[in-house]
Design a binder for this molecule. Structure first.
Ligand SMILES: Cc1ncc(C[n+]2csc(CCOP(=O)(O)OP(=O)(O)O)c2C)c(N)n1
Ligand SMILES: [Mg+2]
Length: 381
């Protein structure tokens, strides 16, 4: 595995019983997880293309390179565990089960988007799939995640909130306040640090104290700490299965939790910070070196080495992912823009003139229909 600063180390997070949880995943499940990573990769490629074609506007942050983080960690959750993240959020939304068409339509600013086209790339919300955004203020999602975890504890539920943050958030006051409250109230929250080593153009060693040993950030708040290699989906999954289980309280007994944890997931973003980044702060060689540890290639190789999948099967999966993304782009392109009137809806929970209560996003309405039929979660068709 790689350490906080990207150097190789031999330690890894092992589940307490000694066996690897990923060893228990059957071939079908592993292929599903590989598909999710391929879907995110292909989705992001088309996102970049659509951005260049000016079909997408505003800030837009690409997740390629980091796919194993969202996919491996969300696979370790239950469907009713809430998730919250920062602005580099397309991958989390897709891994959580948002249909790619609603994600793409949101970026196109269309009424069929997950937030009716009013949020855009940085604000992927999916109530039926327990995804609470998509937040643009660095570190701003950490206190919100603590609020969600407090609600879980207050209601004596057996859920865990998964709160992602970037390495840039380590230097924000909001992160430290959130860590402190989470620790003293022993809240059921997992802080997943997506340590891609850069916040915009600043390398973690230039912007963050103790970058060589981030365990001190957790120790300062008397909190558990773990590390895993974010380029290896199985390692991410193993680490999160273990840590989520330790954080999860029993229903009706909020005290029966080992409390929060900070997990340093070492990863790398292949693209610039946003769509407008000349990347003067790193070399092509560095990016190329990291691309040699590609998470999709790694899982594909593992599956083939273990004779759990053939090259042909993997090609088919990738073709399926490409097709799903093309369909999403078409859906987004064909969808109407919001009426001007939408400016006045969804502003306040208790609307008053001139503000009105808006219609639910199409995605949520469809999920509610499905819930009436017994399954509220979105499924990709
Ligand atoms: C409070 C605040 N300060 C500054 C910014 C501008 N800004 C946007 S993204 C970013 C870098 C954050 O990097 P990191 O947390 O590592 O996330 P990554 O982009 O690597 O996913 C900064 C400084 C902001 N959005 N919010
Ligand atoms: Mg970063």
């Amino acid at each position: 595995m790689t350490t906080a600063t990207g150097k190789k180390s031999s330690s890894s997070s092992q589940p307490r019983d000694g066996g690897r949880p990923s060893d228990q995943l059957d071939d079908q499940r592993l292929l599903e997880l590989l598909y999710d990573m391929m879907l995110i990769r292909r989705f992001e490629e088309r996102t970049m293309q659509s951005y260049m074609q000016q079909k997408i506007g505003g800030f837009c942050h690409i997740y390629t390179g980091q796919e194993a983080v969202a996919v491996g960690s969300i696979a370790a959750l239950r469907p009713d565990d809430p998730v919250i993240t920062a602005y580099r959020d397309h991958g989390h939304a897709l891994a959580r089960g948002m249909h790619p068409r609603y994600c793409m339509a949101e970026m196109f600013g269309k009424i069929t988007g997950c937030a009716k086209g009013k949020g855009g790339s940085m604000h992927m919300f999916d109530r039926p799939n327990e995804m609470y955004g998509g937040h643009a203020i660095v570190g701003g999602q950490c206190p919100l995640g603590v609020g969600i975890a407090f609600a879980i504890q207050y209601q004596k539920l057996d859920r865990v909130c998964l709160c992602y943050l970037g390495d840039g958030a380590l230097n924000q006051g909001a992160f430290h306040e959130a860590m402190n409250l989470a620790a003293i109230w022993k809240l059921p929250i997992v802080f997943a640090l997506e340590n891609n080593m850069y916040s915009m153009g600043t390398h973690i060693e230039r912007g963050t104290s103790a970058a060589h040993d981030l365990s001190v950030k957790a120790a300062a708040y008397d909190m558990r700490y773990a590390e895993c290699d974010g380029m290896d989906m199985c390692e991410v999954y193993d680490c999160f299965v273990d840590q989520v289980a330790r954080t999860r309280p029993d229903e009706g007994d909020p005290d029966n939790s080992e409390g929060p944890v900070l997990i340093n997931v070492v990863t790398y973003r292949y693209q610039g910070h946003s769509m407008s980044d000349p990347q003067k702060y790193r070399t092509r060689e560095e990016v190329g070196e990291k691309q040699n540890e590609d998470p999709i290639t790694t899982l594909s190789r593992q599956l083939m080495d273990q004779q759990r999948a053939t090259q042909e099967q993997l090609n088919e999966l990738d073709a399926e992912a490409k097709k799903a993304v093309l369909e999403a782009v078409k859906f987004a392109g064909d969808s109407p823009e919001p009426e001007l009137d939408e400016l006045y809806t969804d502003v306040y929970l208790e609307p008053y003139p001139p503000y009105r209560k808006g219609d639910l996003p199409q995605m949520v309405e469809e999920a509610e229909d499905r819930a009436r039929d017994g399954d509220g979660r979105q499924k990709q068709d």
